[in-house]
Every structure is written in C-alpha cells, then in structure tokens.
Design a protein around this ligand. Structure first.
Ligand SMILES: [Zn+2]
Length: 543
C-alpha cells in the first residue's frame, strides 16, 4: 500500500454502534485549536517549564508510536519510506500540520542514518503566533514545535524499530517560511550539536504588559487565580453564604451581562472574575486584568483605550488599548472605585455605545469585550455623594455579586486552612486544636489572603510538625490590609502626591525593577529613552 492511496475515510472510520470516530480500534476526540490554546495558557500558569516540556514530550511520543502501529495494522507498507510518508499524510488530515519528508538516508541493511523534512502551519506555531500577536511579542527565539518533534520521534521509532529522535532546526514561529526538522537515531545526536528542541523562553504564554505592570506594582502577591483553581479543586465552599455567591456567579457567567463584584480586599474578587470568564463563551478570548488604583490617570486611560502616535510626549507609536486587545474576551477592572472621574466618562461611553476612542484619536473603534468590575469601596455611597459617576454605577451594577468576608463564611475557615496546607505541603499532619481555635477566633481583616499567609507562616515555623497557635504571625493588623503588604490605596491614603511626584516615584519603582536599565524602563513605561532622561534630570519633587 502506498501512502498516496490513503483516504481519510479509510483511516478515520466510525464506530458502528455509536457513530464515534475511530482511528484503528480507538475512539478519537475532536479538539479545536482554540480550546488547546486556552489549555496551553492555563497549563503554563500552573506547571513549570521543565515539567511541561517533559509531559509534552512523553505524551507526543506515545501519540506517534500509536499512530505508526495503528497504521501498520491497517495496511502493510512496502517500505520504510511509505510508512513514514503515511504518517505525514495522517498528520495532515488530522490537522497537526502539513508535513513533507524531503530526504531519507537508510543503509542497505535498513538502518536509518537520517531524514529531514518540513512542517507548515503546525498547530504549535499557530498557537504561538496567535498569542505573540495578542501580546505584541515578536518571533520566538527557539523552535516551538515540541509536541510535533515528540510525535514524529515516536512515529519514526516505531517505523525503524529503534529509538529515533527528531529535532527542529528552524521554525515558523521564529519567522522561517517553514519549520525544518531532522530525525536521527537518538544515540547519533552528539552532545552540543543538538539544535534546540525546547521552547524555553517563549512558551510562557506571554502575559500582557499590564500584568507586568501589576507585578512591578506588587499587585501579584495574590497567588495566580488558576493556581488556586486547580490546587484547591473548585473553590473551598462549605459555607452557604459562599455557595450562593458561586451559584450566582455560574448563572451570570454564560450571559453577556456586566458584573460588579463587591467585597473586602483579599476576599477573592479576581478568582470570581476569572470563574465568570472561564465559564463563558468568551473563555476562548483573553482575560485581561487591570488595577485602576495602581496606575496614574494618564497611563490608565491609555492602557484602557489606547493612544495614537504623538498623542502626548513619549507616545512614539500607536497603542491598542485593553478594550481593543481583549477582542471578545473579558476585561477585569479591579478597584473600579478608584478610577478617576475623567476616565469614568470614557468607560461609560464604552459600555453604552460599545466603542472607544484612543487618546489623540479622531475615530471611534467598536469594541466587544465584556466588563467585570470589582471594588472594595461602597460604590453606591460614592455614587450618592458624587465621588463616583451615578450613571456609570447603574451601568456597572446590572448584576452585583457581593463576596462575604472570611468571618462571614466561618464554616470555610478550617477547610480553607487545610486546603492551603495541603497545597503547600502535601501530606502535612495538620493543625493542633489550639491552632484551629485561633483561626476560628481571628477577625481576618485581610480575608482569604491573610489566612493563606498565616498558614505559610505556620509552615515555616512548624516544619513537618503539627502547626500550633504559637506558629502564627503576631496579630497587629491594620483594618483592611494585611501586614507588610500595603495596597496601593494604603500608600496613597492620607498621602496625596502631585502627579509629578507620583510619576517620579513610579519611574523609580520601574527602574528598581529593571535593575536600573533605562532602556527596559522606558519600554515598560511606554515612553522613549530621551523622555525618560528628561524625567530623571529633573530634581525629584517633594513627595
Ligand atoms: Zn515549528
């Protein structure tokens, strides 16, 4: 049987009883690239690079072995070459890539020396390039087709009956016209000669600059929500007060309604926002979060709505705002109560008219993103008192969700403590009765986040022993914020710097973060290095 004679209908058949698609004897699943893309993104946020690579390689290798043995079972092949080419065709019509074997060298005894070939539009480059575009990143520095390499390695190993290793020498994700690969017996790859087969730097899915900013501003202290999503499977929820919150969340998630999440700091507002996104049609699009309290107004405005080149000093090129970048995804506006009034008007317009105008722009751009907003302020009161626009408040509060503070969900305190403990130290023996009663009597002004800090603190002191009440932090906590972790409001409450002073402080913070690199600092700030120098030359204003 020659590879050309294959037709998809011969290879993918149907289970006569249920009608499911079969490859050989095995039922197969149709999974879209978009779904895979979401999976990759979430996967990367919870599993480290090395482990991801290993899992990808092992899984891919199994897939390849399976493809080769199943095909060999369906059809006898006259040669290695035909068996290899049949695999290429299979990967073509099952959507992995267009694969073309260009050279194949085999000894007269039938031992593989090497083969080379190309992939076009591999699913991995498609996923990479989409994410790179969304995040304004350039080409990959290393090949990204890790799974395909593994699949072809497994496939070729089955064909040639020895361990074959396939490496990618060039990749479309790096800007090449095609991906190029080379396969050889595994032992023939000399150390040091191996072209990189890993995605190392480029597979962390590319969070936007906003997230980078959040990190710089210390707003990422809260563990990434997906972490808690997976390691504490479905949020800990034994208390009816929180159960009703989750019920409401799940009801509103699939709709397009704007959601306003109200709750104290640390009560899990972002976790709820992400759950809304994850359970909506929009989960295929990005979830972009921004903290309205963390950025100076000018920067916030251009982050949200974008700006045109030359709109202000330092605006050297056009910038898409979050509303445009989010596409049909979800924008999470955290600390909406701290949004300056000037920007509130623009946000209202975005919600009402579904269009935005970039700073310095003359034309409106239609937008489709869904808004989920959150605050720990009493927004209704602010609207009454005129410190928050009333019309915007009504727009936002179409579907409010109020998160109970941790003391209000007493039944969840111990389960949350145990879940956190198991997450950080699987198999840990737990808490003494004194520790449990200390947890139950503490007022938890910092809510779930504070509880997690306590458990981590306890773990450090207790090690592998039971955690006792004496292992918890001493309690002298300011209302509303946990120790040692001032929120941006804490920094600004009672301390109202001028815009210039705030800019100066912020630049300093970014400089510290980049280890003093002016180039990187200017990049993060979105201004030119010349502008940065001008700022730095000015004497620091009184703060
Ligand atoms: Zn590639």
């Amino acid at each position: 049987m020659f590879a050309e004679q294959f037709s998809p209908s011969e290879i993918i058949t149907r289970d006569p009883t249920h009608g499911f698609p079969l490859f050989g004897p095995s039922r197969i699943l149709g999974v879209s690239i978009a779904t895979l893309e979401c999976f990759y993104r979430d996967f990367a946020s919870i599993v480290d690079k090395k482990t991801r690579k290993r899992i990808g390689e092992e899984l891919g290798y199994e897939v390849g072995l399976g493809q080769a043995t199943t095909l060999a079972g369906l059809h006898p092949f006259p040669s290695f070459k035909e068996h290899l080419r049949a695999g290429s065709m299979l990967r073509g019509f099952t959507g992995y890539c267009h694969e073309h074997i260009t050279t194949l060298n085999i000894t007269p005894e039938g031992k593989l020396i090497r083969f080379t070939g190309t992939w076009t539009k591999s699913f991995e480059t498609v996923i990479y390039l989409k994410a790179a575009k969304r995040n304004h990143q350039g080409h990959a520095k290393k090949p990204v087709c890790v799974a395909l390499c593994a699949i072809l390695s497994g496939y070729a190993s089955a064909v040639f009956g020895e361990k074959i290793s396939v490496r990618e020498t060039d990749c479309q994700a790096m800007g090449a016209a095609n991906c190029h690969f080379e396969g050889r017996p595994a032992e023939d790859w000399k150390q040091g000669e191996t072209p990189p087969g890993s995605k190392e730097e480029n597979d962390r899915p590319l969070e936007s600059n906003i997230i980078k900013l959040r990190e710089i501003l210390g707003l990422e202290k809260e563990r990434p929500p997906f972490d808690s999503f997976f390691s504490v499977p479905t949020p800990v929820c034994q208390d009816p007060s929180f159960q009703s919150v989750l019920d409401r969340t799940d009801k509103v998630a699939p709709t397009d309604a704007t959601v306003l999440i109200l709750g104290k700091s640390g009560s899990g507002k972002e976790v709820v926002a992400r759950r809304i996104h994850a359970r909506s049609q929009r989960s295929r699009g990005p979830f972009l979060a921004i903290n309205c309290a963390a950025l100076p107004p000018d920067l916030l405005e251009s982050e949200l709505f974008g700006h045109m080149r030359g709109a202000f000093t330092g605006a050297e090129k056009n910038k898409k705002g979050l509303f445009v970048e989010a596409g049909e995804g979800t924008i999470f506006l955290d600390e909406i109560g701290d949004m300056p009034l000037s920007i509130q008007g623009k946000l209202l317009r975005a919600l009402q008219e579904r269009e935005v105008r970039p700073v310095g722009g003359l034309e409106d751009i239609p937008v489709k993103a869904r808004i989920v907003a959150a605050t720990n302020r009493d927004l209704a009161r602010m609207a009454r008192e005129g410190t928050f626009r009333q019309d915007l408040y009504y727009r936002l509060s179409v579907f409010p969700i109020t998160l109970p503070s941790l003391v209000q969900r007493k039944k969840d305190i111990l389960p949350l403590a145990h879940a956190t403990l198991q997450k950080h130290a699987p198999g840990h023996p737990g808490l003494t009765p004194a520790a449990e009663s200390a947890l139950l009597s503490h007022p938890w002004p910092g809510n779930v986040r504070e509880l997690e800090n306590w458990i981590e603190h306890g773990l450090i002191l207790a090690g592998k022993d039971l955690i006792d009440a004496t292992h918890f932090p001493e309690t002298h906590i300011e209302e509303g914020h946990e120790e040692g972790e001032p929120s941006p409001q804490a920094t600004l409450d009672g301390d109202l710097p001028s815009l210039e002073a705030l800019t100066h402080r912020y630049i300093k913070k970014v400089l510290d973060h980049t280890g003093g690199s002016k180039k990187e600092t200017a990049q993060i700030l979105g201004i030119g290095t010349a502008t940065l120098w001008r700022h730095l030359k000015k004497t620091p204003p009184e703060t």
